[in-house]
Design a protein around this ligand. Structure first.
Ligand SMILES: Cc1ncc(COP(=O)(O)O)c(C=O)c1O
Length: 444
């Protein structure tokens, strides 16, 4: 058994997320499908897929075998100095086919943060190659989260996460409000809300000076920001603003990519093709870390094909052969088991189930979702629609744990993002656990 003293050497365990449970109770030992077991033998439904990562579910031997085989054949070789490897080339080709439109060229990295760094760097180099040297700013959304590096913190819309680094940041990047119907539709329509927010984005770029703005970066659904789901039409409106003002559009699909929302990529709900797409998490379902920034053809064509001059610098593990082999096996499973279709069907079942079971509770403001990103937004029961105290909301982690599921309760929002392989029966069980947990919280 893993003891508390050894766990305490982990930097992350200097802070406490589950103050009601000892660290030793939270050692996750093994997992299969949507289920995890702690070292002490507690079985729980993983209703957040780790961190919205394990799309194909836990314990898939095919991925383990692909990793083992590739590790023995070629564990590592760089893709700099014109070297390449088969899994990397095969995966890049497959991504070009799988992603919408002419998203064609992939720069691999290791984490979601780095994929966004690469996307922003490719955007910057693109403008340099086009002779537009002043274009460097990246506009983002309030509530947006793009990673934990200095570059991505500069575009982070969650002030509490970046406060400590404020002196290190470039001061001039505007952050605009995303359309969040539940909180600010008011008496108008979703269409009016989208138009209003898109105009604010347009004005923000105009205020910065379009000649200085390189890109807009945004999550199609703002996950860390509280599962904010902009109405359909928003991405198209952003695309139009970007086209009008000659600004690149970067879609951060780190969470939404690879089936999570019931389409391969969330931009497909609106047939929008961003200039760059950042992906990670579901690309390997977390069996091994990998991320990718995927660029449209016209971006690549801005660079002289015969130059020996490097543009964006890759990191050591870019296009790691073992990670790419894992991704290929992961995509095989997603296609063979039709997990994107399953995410759409099970997401609809989870949403409808929760709406029926808890939608009318006094502490429930809204149940919303797209695919298997589903949440319950909680309010004070006094009819004021004020967000429920975050400390009370956090109690739902414990209540769900005691009923057999790991959920993620933060801010005013109880968040669910189970593996895409979840079955109907498992969805119904999860609905029951969430409903019982909310009933218990309301009673308290
Ligand atoms: C939308 C989004 N972008 C980027 C990241 C950062 O990814 P990573 O933690 O792999 O660096 C995350 C992480 O949760 C995310 O949700």
């Amino acid at each position: 058994m893993t003891d508390a003293a050894s766990i305490n050497h982990l930097w992350t365990h200097r802070t406490q997320d589950h103050p009601w449970l000892a660290d030793e109770e939270l050692v996750i030992d093994r997992a299969e499908g949507v289920w995890v077991w702690t070292e002490r033998g507690t079985k729980l439904m993983d209703a957040f897929a780790g961190l919205a990562v394990v799309n194909v579910g836990h314990g898939r031997r095919e991925i383990a075998e692909a990793i083992a085989e590739q590790t023995v054949r070629l564990a590592y070789y760089p893709t700099t100095r014109q070297f390449s490897n088969r899994p990397a080339a095969e995966l890049a080709t497959r991504l070009a086919r799988l992603t919408p439109g002419d998203l064609t060229y992939t720069m691999f990295a290791v984490s979601g943060s780095e994929a966004n760094e690469r996307s922003m760097q490719i955007a910057r180099h693109y403008w340099l190659a086009r002779g537009r040297e002043a274009k460097h700013k990246v506009i983002s959304l309030q509530g947006g989260y793009h990673g934990a590096t200095s570059g991505t913190y500069a575009v982070c819309g969650l002030p509490h996460m970046v406060q400590a680094y404020a002196p290190l940041q470039y001061p001039g990047f505007a952050k605009v409000t995303p359309p969040h119907p539940f909180r600010d539709r008011g008496t108008g329509t979703d269409t009016e809300l989208v138009e209003r927010r898109a105009e604010e984005l347009r004005q923000a770029i105009l205020a910065e000076g379009p000649e200085t703005v390189s890109a807009v970066i945004l999550e199609p659904i703002l996950s860390s920001g509280g599962f904010i789901i902009p109405p359909l039409g928003w991405l198209r409106a952003v695309r139009a603003v970007c086209d009008e003002l000659e600004v690149l559009m970067i879609a951060d699909e780190v969470i939404t990519g690879f089936g999570r929302t019931g389409r391969w990529f969330a931009v497909e709900h609106e047939d929008v093709i961003p200039d760059l797409m950042s992906t990670a998490k579901g690309i390997t379902s977390g069996y091994i870390p990998l991320s990718a920034s995927i660029a449209r053809r016209h971006l690549a064509e801005a660079f002289d094909a015969h130059t020996t001059q490097e543009n964006v610098h890759p990191n050591t593990y870019a296009a790691h052969p073992v990670a790419c082999a894992a991704a290929l096996a992961n995509l095989d499973i997603m296609e063979k088991d039709r997990l994107v279709e399953n995410a759409a069907a099970m997401g609809a079942r989870l949403l409808a189930g929760l709406q029926a079971a808890v939608g009318k509770r006094a502490i429930v403001g809204e149940v919303r979702g797209r695919g298997l990103l589903v949440c319950v937004d909680l309010v004070e029961p006094d009819g004021s629609a004020r967000a429920l105290d975050a400390k009370r909301v956090a109690e739902l982690d414990r209540k769900a744990w005691e009923r057999g599921a790991i959920v993620y309760a933060r801010g005013s929002v109880l968040r669910l993002a189970p593996p895409l392989c979840i079955t109907g029966q498992e969805v119904d069980k999860l609905v029951g656990i969430v409903a019982d947990s909310l009933a218990a919280l309301e009673k308290d």
